[in-house]
Design a protein around this ligand. Sequence first.
Ligand code: TRP
Length: 332
Amino acid sequence: MSKKRILTGYRPTGRLTLGHWFGNLLNMRELQEEYEAYYFVADWHALTSDWQDTHAIRQYTEEMVLDWVAAGIDPSKATIYRQSDVPEVAELTLYLTMVTPMGWLERVPSYKEQREQISDKDLGNVGFFMYPLLQAADIAIVKGDIVPVGEDQLPHLELTREVVRRFNGQYGDLLVEPAAKIAKQGARVPGTDGRKMSKSYGNAIYLSETEEETTKKVMGFMTDPARKLKTDPGDPAICPLHQVHALVGDPADIAEWEKCCRTAECGCVAHKRAFAEDLNAYLADFRAKRAELAARPDYAWEVLSEGAARVRPAIDELMGAVRTSMHVDAAE
Ligand code: TRP
């Protein structure tokens, strides 16, 4: 039996963090072994929300590919491509708008939420409104069988399935209804201030930063807030430093640090130093590989153009059939 095709896209809106490493990258690395994996950079999705400031999209696209490959996503196993290198995604999105009632898009929960919560960007544009349809086209155009999603993305996938059904009902069974695979819950990685690690909180450790930068950030990492003095016993269960250290450290060492924290036999500063050392050791191979890839001019763009070439034949075939069934194909 041939492998099922799994598909996921990421918006190039910044460099990847330690949160992405434990939340997504390890999972993507595993999935490429079991499935035919399609991983793409959703640069048009970045436009929908960041259309007023697009200058860094190419740079973040390149960095994303370097981060992915250095993390072990293997371009000879997974097909890595850029959304905008498949312009037919826009064409298929247009066709999908024809079969989609406006109410379906208005009811997508993430749409309402983000319109309400995000105030520093103008999200009143049609492009942002159509975000889930662009995503549906991403999935349908490569006949993705499975999409690994977090809870927040489930409504998008449900919409994709409904739109695909409506399209197929109208024009014939051309598109595949994808299934959601609830992503294995990646570890929640706390940032330097104890909140969830995120670029927008300014508390992130980036995979591609230097050892010195990492060490500096780690020395500012939040610890048990109730432990004011070194002589106060601490509680590892509420200490972000302990939580993040546990992800990369040797379990025996971690147990040691927990014990001496509870008894106030060791201090937070020494613990931060030890964590910085462990984290830098943990990321050393990634960083060496990333530096090596970054030194090869155009490496990321070569990966992307190879990926785009790999998906091309199936796109041509599907879009040919779609145009024919809608009577918008080229004249004889
Ligand atoms: N909506 C996804 C996100 O915000 C990105 C995305 C775009 C995507 N197209 C996709 C994910 C297709 C899975 C499949 O992270």
